[in-house]
Design a protein around this ligand. Structure first.
Ligand code: TRP
Length: 329
């Protein structure tokens, strides 16, 4: 069985983009692949979260993974820092990662531009840590968006370089996994681009009905179609894209027809969208609440996940150490 692995950094809540782009699909592949899903708490340290928030942030993502339907019996659901073998592999991989190639990574250059005062070494080697996440379980597939492609490329380079340097076939080259269809790009409510944490344009899985409705009613649109069958502007097309994710196809067709014959009222469109998003989010939000407060359950889940992940990562680490030449006395 092939291995699929993905991680989410513990920086804030998951939004509809995470849900429709990732989580919902993770749930569907739990039986078909050997799945590893984890909370990348070490990666979140690049931005120096406050110690008072650090644990709660991990707990939030864990609860949201579970509320979305991940089954900790079927997959390995774990916290990155609970698996020290990942950090140990990271040390080893750092020795074959070149500063030049890390500096040239587009995601690193973006971070430097956005945050010139916090260019720490962890940021430079962020892709090496991510490669360690992936290679620790010798994963074949990594379901991530286009923004993570440069990191996956580094994981492949390091896998290849390790194998060649030490004359082994230890690490398979990991590739992006798209669930057999084009990845859905979930747009934000600000008229352009995709839903993101830092963009402030998202609907979160913990948002209540009132918050969701307020956000949707404020979504950017345009002044409305003036000619029949005119092309939609990006903000309006985005509303329809969201609607296709949560609304009944007949309802979507009805609004598309209304757009085409210029009878559409954006207020009605948004009201419908808000109601259907609420219907999708409400049960997940309720589950998040009860899971988040069930410490006994969470500690059991985390222990199970840790044991599975450590078993897999320590087997890989041993083979890597062997290849490098470590021997026990
Ligand atoms: N860098 C990823 C992100 O920001 C999170 C991540 C860390 C990850 N390690 C990973 C994703 C390993 C996939 C595989 O979204």
């Amino acid at each position: 069985m092939e291995t699929v692995l993905s991680g989410i950094r513990s920086t804030g809540h998951m939004h509809l983009g995470n849900y429709f782009g990732a989580l919902r699909n993770f749930v569907k592949i739990q039986d078909t692949y050997n799945c590893f899903f984890f909370i990348a708490d070490l990666h979140s340290l690049t931005t120096h979260p406050h110690p008072d928030d650090f644990h709660a942030n991990v707990k939030i993502i864990l609860s949201e993974y579970l509320a979305a339907g991940l089954d900790p019996e079927k997959c390995a659901l774990y916290v990155q820092s609970d698996v020290p073998e990942i950090s140990e592999l990271y040390v080893l991989l750092n020795m074959i990662a070149y500063v030049g190639e890390l500096e040239r990574t587009t995601t690193f250059k973006d971070k430097v531009r956005l945050n010139p005062n916090n260019v720490n070494a962890g940021l430079l080697t962020y892709p090496v840590l991510m490669a360690s996440d992936i290679l620790s379980h010798r994963a074949n597939w990594v379901p991530v968006g286009k923004d993570q492609e440069p990191h996956l490329e580094i994981a492949r380079v390091l896998a290849r370089r390790f194998n060649n340097t030490y004359g082994v076939e230890l690490f398979p080259e990991p590739y992006a996994f798209n669930f057999g269809h084009d990845l859905v790009k979930v747009p934000g409510l600000d008229g352009s681009g995709k839903m993101g944490k830092s963009e402030g344009n998202g609907i979160y899985l913990i948002d209540d009905d009132k918050t969701i409705t307020r956000k949707v009613m404020h979504a950017v649109t345009d002044s409305g179609p003036t000619e029949p069958d005119s092309e939609m502007s990006e903000p309006v097309a985005n509303i329809f894209t969201l609607m296709k994710l949560v609304s009944d196809p007949d309802i979507v067709r009805q609004f598309e027809a209304a757009y085409a014959d210029c009878s559409i009222r954006y207020g009605d469109l948004k009201k419908q969208l808000a109601a259907d998003i609420c219907k999708t989010v409400a049960p997940i939000r309720e589950r998040i609440g009860s899971i988040y407060n069930d410490d006994a359950y969470l500690s059991k889940v985390v222990a199970t996940g840790r044991d599975k992940a450590r078993a897999s990562a320590s087997a890989t680490l041993k083979l890597a150490q062997q290849a490098i030449g470590f021997r026990t006395f």
